[in-house]
Design a protein around this ligand. Structure first.
Ligand SMILES: [Zn+2]
Length: 292
């Protein structure tokens, strides 16, 4: 696992579930032309794009250890979940919980789980299979996510023509948390804990949030799917195929990069390939990453 990152008196561990080539880059970024791809090929291959022109992505959680709390940000895909719409995420069986324990937290020691949004690769470890039922993986945690995303995906899930929503993840990874009384749904900008606050950053999903962590004058932003790939730092207007509201996704991406560049904050992306974590510098009308 990558080395932990220190932020003031907080330690941040990366719990990697999967890393590798996932989607064809031209389908992943519909705006990307073959010509633009050739302009970027030299720096992207092989680290950020495979020899088959697939985006190299990571699926990971961040374990944030403050002096008081263990906080888990985004919960990946999870084990034993039927995801027929995404074969590379179907019925996984990874040592995620062992990796979490190695980083320093057992499931019962997690105090807070935060989902940047309710997509399939951000909610999976919310639950685990026990005696044929989906139960909260982190029984002593409060789970925080946006009310907007919950209402949006619940409506799709209820619609017989459209459901089940997000490949079944509402039913196996979200509703069981609500039924267990562990969900705390938020609306707008909120302070969750002494060091943590949320800002709405919609576009990729209607209720996507940007998570801000502060400690002793240092800051970090957890960006979920506001950005998927490092090429979007250079080109903040480029949306992925999965962004539901295109103009708003662009606005949220630029806002996130501006917040990082203006404050010296670390960007903690969910899906960038290694080395994942970076500072953001401005360059002309765009930005450049400075990996740590
Ligand atoms: Zn994602």
């Amino acid at each position: 696992m990558p080395a932990p990152v220190k932020l003031g008196n907080i330690t941040i561990h990366q719990i990697v579930e999967q890393e590798g080539p996932f989607f064809d880059i031209l389908s992943f970024f519909p705006i990307l032309t073959k010509e633009r791809l050739e302009e970027n090929r030299a720096w992207m291959q092989p680290k950020y794009m495979s020899s088959q022109d697939q985006v190299v992505l990571c699926v990971q959680s961040y374990l944030v250890q403050t002096p008081q709390h263990n906080i888990l940000i985004d919960t990946c895909v999870g084990n034993h979940k039927s995801r027929k719409h995404r074969p590379f995420w179907d019925n996984l069986n990874t040592p995620y919980l062992e990796r979490l324990a190695t980083a320093g937290a057992k499931p019962e020691e997690i105090d807070l789980v935060m989902c940047t949004h309710l997509h399939v690769d951000h909610v999976g470890w919310n639950t685990r299979l026990a005696n044929g039922r989906w139960v909260p993986t982190f029984p002593n945690a409060k789970y925080v996510w946006s009310k907007t995303d919950f209402e949006h995906f619940s409506a799709i899930d209820r619609d017989p023509d459209k459901g089940p929503a997000i490949g079944g993840a509402m039913r196996d990874s979200v509703y069981p948390i609500v039924e267990a009384g562990l969900a705390q749904m938020v609306d707008g900008t909120e302070t969750i804990e002494e060091h943590l606050s949320l800002t709405p950053a919609p576009g990729h999903s209607p209720g996507h949030v940007l998570i801000n962590l502060t400690s002793q004058g240092k800051q970090a932003y957890f960006s979920g799917d506001i950005l998927h790939h490092v090429i979007q730092v250079y080109h903040p207007a480029w949306n992925s195929f999965a962004c539901v509201d295109q103009p708003t996704a662009r606005t949220s991406r630029r806002m996130t990069l501006e917040k990082c560049a203006g404050s010296g904050a670390l960007l903690m992306p969910q899906h960038f390939g290694a080395p994942h974590v970076c500072h953001i510098d401005t360059k002309g009308d765009g930005f450049t990453p400075r990996f740590v």
